[in-house]
Ligand binder design. Structure first.
Ligand code: NAD
Length: 476
């Protein structure tokens, strides 16, 4: 997909890092210390299946341990390589610093096409991969905590948690060894959709900043903005669903690995997902125009482009054809360093991956804290909050009833006012707060430091300064 003149994923991440790092003074050697990947473990293991031993190759890369545990997803894909996991691990370091989750950066991957294996085979492969990582503390609640990424889901996370528990039967914090688990295995409400939800919150915050909106030439709010989604997996689907259902955006294009659909009047995200869940394809979806090559959708006219699939889809080969004035990177590394430079030259605004897709790790942080505290968020205070609110409403109703202007609160208002916050409300509130604050910090750098011209450089600067402070505090 990447044009030959474009840098590899890892080279791109390093070039974009350096663009920012070169703008600040750091003690000698610290820039290299922050940038370099600390270690990458490669494992090759065999699993007996279908009458023979099949050998698989997997990686777990630790980019920075300035904070521990280190954090980052595990990807199942045929594209997995050392270059890829190291690039993804580096992005995790910067991402965690930007959204202030107290982790270093890590990432893992297994070179496998998960669609070619049955559920039982995938369980055996996942258990064996997890075993190899657990015995080297590359999965551990206090040292290295994975999560889902492309090709994995809460199913694999539940298997990893169970495998860790089998190998560490007396570890009371064993559930915190991995996040993105199902609720029944110690997961948290709102984790599955967290990255897509984070994209929505990031865009909402962007549209609260008139100076930033002005740079795109767009006007108003998210309502009626024409959006194209490239990637319709966990992240793309949820981002599209929330933006359509809650912000009244119009999703005019959706692509996945099998092709794309285009309809200028808007596609129904939930309906398309229902169609796919029923075993159908993009090609036989009865609405919209089908495009054999989904990449072509990247070049269509729209207001907001959301790459939400894989890295390196916007390169020097197609950057000049991009028409969206605003791109938000839901995927990791969808734009090569060279394409990024060209898009910047053309005045296209990019909300970068290091911030935009941090919703997943943010809610993973909440899940990890929940696992370590062994209690669901809101369990202690919810009814107490309701009780105190009820006291206030009853007293006000009593006072107003005996006044010269008899008045009672409306029943619907009372019901909503009395509702104490449960786990999902707290998770959403924490995620929204995180995305707002992180965007405000990035935007402030963009507007107060004349040497910074784009949001990506601003985000990198924020991350580098935070990681540098952390190293300095450690006496390094
Ligand atoms: P997923 O496996 O659920 O979905 C991947 C989607 O990309 C699918 O729709 C697939 O068809 C599509 N796709 C794959 N290759 C493609 C190609 N060559 N062209 C077009 N479409 C292609 O994965 P996901 O969890 O949604 O992750 C998507 C991206 O978001 C990845 O870059 C991942 O690193 C990033 N991300 C995910 C999370 C998370 O919580 N899952 C968090 C942060 C970042």
């Amino acid at each position: 997909m990447r044009a030959s003149v474009d840098s590899s994923f890892l080279e791109s991440v390093n070039q974009l890092f350096e663009r920012a790092a070169n703008l600040i003074e750091l003690p000698p050697g610290l820039k290299e210390k922050i940038q370099i990947c600390n270690s990458t473990y490669t494992v090759r293991f065999g699993v007996r299946m279908r009458g023979k031993i099949q050998t698989f190759t997997g990686y777990r890369s630790v980019h920075s341990e300035h904070m521990e545990p280190v954090k980052g997803g595990i990807r199942y894909s045929l594209g997995v390589s050392q270059n890829e996991v190291e690039a993804l691990a580096a992005l995790m370091t910067y991402k965690c610093a930007i959204v202030e989750t107290p982790f270093g950066g890590s990432k893992g991957g297994l070179r496998i096409d998960p669609t070619q294996y049955s559920d039982e085979e995938l369980e055996r492969i996942t258990r064996r991969f997890a075993y190899e990582l657990i015995k080297r503390d590359l999965i551990n609640p206090s040292q290295n905590v994975p999560a889902p990424d492309m090709g994995t889901s809460e199913t694999e996370m539940a298997i990893i948690a169970d495998q860790y528990n089998r190998m560490n039967t007396t570890d009371i914090n064993s559930r915190a060894c991995v996040t993105g688990k199902p609720l029944t295995s110690g997961g948290i409400h709102g984790r599955v959709e967290a990255t897509g939800r984070g994209i929505q919150y990031a865009l909402q915050e962007f549209f609260r900043h008139p100076d930033d909106i002005k740079r795109t030439g767009l006007k108003g709010t998210l309502a009626n903005k024409r959006i194209i989604l490239h990637g319709f997996g966990n992240v793309g689907y949820h981002a599209g669903l929330f933006l359509q259902q809650e912000d009244d955006a119009v999703i005019i294009g959706i692509a996945n690995v099998d092709g794309g659909l285009y309809d200028p009047k808007g596609l129904d995200v939930a309906d398309l997902q229902k169609h796919l869940k029923a075993g159908q394809t993009f090609k036989n979806y009865p609405k919209g125009e089908f495009l054999e090559n989904g990449l072509k959708l990247l070049e269509c006219e729209c207001d907001i482009l959301i790459p939400a699939a894989v890295e390196g889809v916007i390169t020097t080969a197609n950057a000049s054809q991009i028409k969206a004035p605003l791109i938000i990177e839901a995927a990791n590394g969808p734009i090569t360093a060279e394409a990024d430079a060209e898009l910047n030259r053309r005045g296209i605004i990019i909300i970068p991956d290091t911030f935009a897709n941090a919703g997943g790790v943010t809610v993973s942080y909440f899940e990890w804290v929940k696992n370590l505290s062994h209690i669901r968020f809101g369990r202690m205070q919810r009814r107490q909050e309701e009780y105190r609110s009820r006291l206030l409403i009853d007293e006000m109703n009593r006072l107003f009833a005996s006044s010269d202007y008899p008045f009672r609160f409306h029943e619907d208002f009372i019901r909503r006012y009395l509702q104490g916050a449960g786990e999902i409300e707290l998770v959403r509130s924490g995620l929204d707060d995180t995305m707002r604050l992180a965007y405000q910090s990035i935007s402030e750098i963009l507007h107060t430091r004349p040497e910074v011209n784009d949001l990506r450089t601003a985000a990198f600067l924020l991350a580098i300064e935070r990681v540098a402070t952390s190293y300095k505090n450690k006496g390094l």
